[in-house]
Write a protein that binds this ligand. Structure first.
Ligand code: HEM
Length: 415
């Protein structure tokens, strides 16, 4: 039976659909073609508009006064929307960079921005390469077969983030668990519990960890991003506890599962496209283009939401003040109007105007770091890699937010 537009719209609110690329893209392709600004009414969710064309997503992000992030920056169930609304009223909800708008957003973003500029990135690059080498060595130690996601890809980017924040390696396991519970929250294997309260408990655990960190860095400042956040001042005042904790949460979470999903999905794409793997090995100069193609291909951030501050139109569709819009990045990155042969994985794709890092004032702060990480990993791996093949069925994460593969069994030879 063929998919209806209603089914396709509802699919965007179904975490299980995101675990299966074929189902997801069947729905998105139909929406892009037939109804690119589509009203979704899915059971258990407040209604929203699904925006699926590249040009429309850019248009929404460009008009950041008309389409704002607060109060509903992410797709959540109606139950969780209500809990979040109450928490906001009580001043107890997260206020990360993706939850807020100007003028606060501009001020808070500037606090961390220096750590992501080219000079800081160059300083971090040798550490990133060292960690990449360590994880390729680990692949060799694993003896030619591993679950690439669980044993390699989820670990390397978290180590990079810990280095950037200046946290000890001994905190690794605790952070790994918390970031996975926070981001893989719809997937049975990753979630702590199903209720809104249990999901919020994960956030409170994060808060507790970072409260201790703030106290330590204020008592004894060090030269790292954690210290910059802990000691930041706005109008002469330190950030309050909520803004401080929120800052740590966005860095720790945004910089982790996103990059690991790209590395895992990137290797999967190379295994599935041996011609592209051979091409990249024969011409390592293609690596920067290949990295962006892996990011486009995997598009680990599946959506962000915006809320209209006034009545307006998008592609001729009337949008009412207060309506929510879901920006579908995976859809933008397969848009036939922008990408030639969008369903082809092409390590030399140029130009590649993907929207995997978003666009405009909220454009990913860590985009340069993510590119360095993915590049360092594959530049360490490919010269040492002999053969590589699947050793089992890859499996995807069921989540409407940040995801990719959760299992990638591979068999390989490595020098
Ligand atoms: C925001 C994607 C890696 C930190 C975002 C946004 C997207 C995104 C789509 C929202 C942009 C928008 O609303 O227009 C990705 C992808 C990554 C990645 C695909 C990896 C391939 C990282 C890394 C960091 C990071 C390594 C470093 C800590 C952030 C922060 C924001 C953000 C702080 C919030 C920016 C703001 O709202 O002003 N990212 N990201 N990201 N990302 Fe990334």
């Amino acid at each position: 039976m063929s998919l209806t537009l209603e089914d396709a719209g509802r699919a965007l609110a179904d975490p299980a659909v995101y675990a299966d690329d074929r189902r997801l893209h069947e729905a998105l392709t139909l929406l892009r073609r037939e109804d690119p600004v589509h009203r979704v009414e899915a059971p258990g969710y407040n209604p929203f508009w699904a925006v699926t064309r590249h040009a429309d997503i850019m248009e929404v992000e460009r008009q950041h006064g008309l389409f704002v992030n607060a109060p509903r920056p992410l797709l959540a169930t109606a139950e969780l929307d209500e809990v979040n609304r109450l928490r906001q009223e009580q001043g107890m909800s997260l206020r990360t960079l993706v939850h807020i708008d100007d003028p606060d957003h501009r001020v808070l973003r500037a606090i961390g921005a220096d750590w992501f500029r080219p000079r800081a990135m160059r300083a971090l690059e040798s550490r990133v390469r060292e960690l990449a080498r360590r994880y390729v060595d680990r692949m060799a130690e694993l003896g030619g077969e591993c679950d690439f996601v669980q044993q390699i890809a989820v670990k390397f980017p978290l180590q990079v983030i810990l280095s950037l924040l200046g946290l000890p390696e001994s905190d690794f396991d605790r952070m790994l668990r918390l970031t996975q519970e926070l981001f893989g929250g719809d997937d049975d294997e990753r979630q702590r519990g199903t209720s809104a309260e249990e999901k919020l408990q994960v956030l409170f655990d994060f808060f507790a960890y970072f409260r201790e960190l703030t106290a330590a860095r204020r008592a004894r400042p060090t030269d790292d991003l954690a210290s910059t956040i802990a000691n930041a001042r706005v109008d002469g005042e330190p950030l309050n506890d909520l803004d401080t904790a929120s800052y740590y949460v966005i860095i720790a979470t945004a910089g982790h599962d996103t990059t690991s999903s790209t590395i895992a999905g990137g290797l999967h794409a190379l295994v599935e496209n041996p011609g592209e793997l051979a091409r990249l090995r024969a011409d390592p100069g293609l690596m920067p283009l290949a990295v962006d193609e892996m990011i486009r291909w995997t598009t680990p951030v599946k959506e962000f939401m915006r809320t209209a501050t006034d009545d307006c139109e998008l592609r001729g569709v009337p949008i009412r003040k207060g309506d929510a819009l879901l920006l579908s990045y995976p859809s933008a990155n397969r848009d036939e109007d922008v990408f030639a042969d969008p369903f082809r994985f092409d390590v030399g794709r140029d130009p590649n105007k993907h929207l995997a890092f978003g666009f405009g004032v909220h454009y990913c702060l860590g985009a340069a770091l993510a590119r360095i990480e993915v590049r360092a990993f594959f530049e360490e791996l490919l010269p040492r890699l002999g053969s590589v093949e699947l050793a089992g069925e890859p499996r995807g994460i069921a989540t409407t937010f940040v995801g990719g593969l959760k299992r990638l069994p591979v068999r390989y030879t490595l020098r």
